[in-house]
Design a protein around this ligand. Structure first.
Ligand SMILES: [Zn+2]
Length: 349
């Protein structure tokens, strides 16, 4: 068995629930280096200088460098990742990426520094900053492009911010920001032993969140055009801002009286769930006080985790900038039940 095989097997394990468990997977820099090596060369090291295949020399003193046995040239494992030319140990980066990719709310640089036992605040701040930047670099491709029969995209908008809890004041219009959401909604027939994650056998697929300036047609239609592939079935409320979606090539289903909670629950349940989760997260993390100029960054962070919630190892890798040569499970595999989510396996088996 090649030495990196056991590292790659972790992909199929449940994502660790705690930093302590995560640290057991990556106890030292050598384990992290083996993971990087396995991700880069799943079938074994190939020297980028002489293209010879074969076990490289590994140094215990410089774990992130491999030396080719044929040409004796060195190859860095962190090239092209966020850890390139770093002075911090690989373990610190790996543990930090775990904290950022898991749903840990309210992670400030100070808490981060304490969790990782770093002596310098600046180190914690810079690592956190670099990892968060990875959340903005997400694919801006449009959602809803490959939906199955009966699947669709829910679109809605909500006000965020303004209300300061416990101060007895109403929302201040100056502080509120209008946020539009588009979320793929997939359905599949219930199966024996199913534990529905979402109501009514409906599942959320990918999400897009964007600040929009107002409820005008230009802003609302513009958001949908940027976020959703034409041709997709789009469900909205009957707001006039969405009126032109049909003419723009969407299979638009405006739901009259979606302001009525029962109607909204029937036709726009997933996007409302997203909004309530988003607001709870902002409340928990930032006590609901988010400066409007920082809100889009938080929306990106929420979206990053939401869109990768089935693939936490992908989220973790993506933050570190570790490329993957292997094939992850497909959406179809998840929704048709042919791919078993690691953390749900215990419920099914
Ligand atoms: Zn070589």
């Amino acid at each position: 068995m090649p030495p990196h095989a056991d590292v790659l097997q972790w992909e199929h394990l449940p994502f660790p629930k705690s930093l302590r468990d995560f640290q057991k997977l990556f106890p030292n820099d050598e384990a992290c280096a083996r993971y990087l090596e396995g991700a880069k060369w799943p079938k074994g090291f190939v020297c980028p200088h002489c293209e010879k295949k074969g076990e490289p020399f590994r140094m215990s003193t410089r774990t992130s460098v491999l030396t080719c046995r044929t040409c004796r040239k060195q190859t860095s494992l962190t090239v092209g990742t966020v850890m390139q030319r770093t002075h911090s140990p690989l373990t610190v980066w790996f543990w930090a990426a775990y904290l950022v990719s898991s749903m840990t709310p309210g992670m400030s640089a100070v808490q981060f520094q304490r969790q990782l036992g770093l002596s310098r605040y600046e180190t914690a701040f810079q690592i956190l900053h670099k990892l968060r930047a990875g959340m903005v670099r997400q694919g801006r491709d449009r959602i809803g492009g490959n939906l199955g029969r009966g699947d669709h995209v829910e679109v809605d908008e909500t006000y965020i911010g303004g209300a300061v809890r416990g101060e007895g004041r109403g929302p201040k219009p100056d502080d509120t920001v209008l946020v539009a959401a588009a979320v793929e909604v997939r359905t599949r027939p219930a199966k024996r032993g199913d534990k529905p994650m979402w109501r009514g056998g409906r599942y959320a697929g990918r999400l897009r969140l964007e600040i929009i300036p107002n409820r005008g047609a230009k802003a609302m239609t513009g958001f949908v055009e940027q976020a959703v592939e034409p041709g997709a079935m789009v469900i909205t409320d009957a707001a006039p801002g969405y009126a032109k979606l049909g003419a723009l090539g969407y299979a638009h289903l405006p739901v009259v009286e979606a302001g009525n909670p029962e109607v909204a629950e029937e036709y726009l349940p997933i996007v409302h769930l997203v909004f309530s989760n988003l607001k709870a997260w902002l409340q928990g993390t930032h006590h609901g006080r988010v400066e409007p100029q920082h809100l889009q960054a938080y929306l990106n962070e929420f979206t990053f985790r939401f869109n990768r919630r089935f693939y936490p190892f992908n989220a973790f890798r993506s933050l570190l900038g570790i490329g993957t040569n292997g094939e992850g499970p497909t959406y179809a595999g998840i929704y048709e039940g042919t791919w078993k989510h690691p953390t749900m396996a215990s419920h099914h088996d």
